[in-house]
Design a protein around this ligand. Structure first.
Ligand code: TYD
Length: 140
């Protein structure tokens, strides 16, 4: 199975009442991993492309808790897909070993990222050709 089949949109329950909305994301329940790290991206110019890497070890869930952005995912075997993140109760699950670009950030975009591992720059692949080579090796 190529990794693109593991990418999926997640829908979180909105606990709404007349005071507003509240969304809960619990590790190993609402997302398919234990959450070890969170970070969020905001103030990105609409023309920038962020991400541009694959991760050997970390799985992610991305949620635009405000505003919107797009994520383009590549599996290194010629398959690619674009996802629009524009709801605070919807996320995208990204498994290990997919290449991702985040772009088209709205001015008010706050992109929340949940990660399965602590930060380790050594598990990032930042060269696309190297990513494709590693994916090809996995086939062997
Ligand atoms: P980078 O991986 O380039 O962000 P993006 O995936 O959005 O393109 O990270 C930007 C900077 O932040 C870089 O200097 C590394 C640092 N960083 C950490 O120190 N810890 C982290 O958990 C992350 C995601 C980034």
């Amino acid at each position: 199975m190529h990794n693109m089949n593991k990418v999926k949109m997640l829908s979180f329950k909105q606990n709404g009442d007349d005071r507003g909305h509240l969304v809960v994301i619990e590790g190993n329940k609402d997302v398919p991993f234990d959450i070890k790290r969170i970070f969020y991206i905001y103030g990105s110019d609409p023309n920038v492309i962020r991400g541009q890497h694959a991760n050997r070890e970390t799985e992610f869930v991305l949620v635009n808790v405000a505003g919107k952005s797009k994520v383009k995912v590549y599996d290194g075997k010629g398959n690619e897909a674009i996802f629009i993140l524009n709801r605070p109760h919807t996320g995208i699950y990204l498994p290990t070993m997919v290449w991702k670009d985040m772009y088209d950030f709205s001015e008010d975009s706050v992109l929340l990222v949940l990660a399965s591992e602590a930060y380790n720059p050594n598990e990032y692949i930042r060269n696309y050709d190297e990513f494709v080579e590693e994916i090809a090796k996995e086939e062997d």
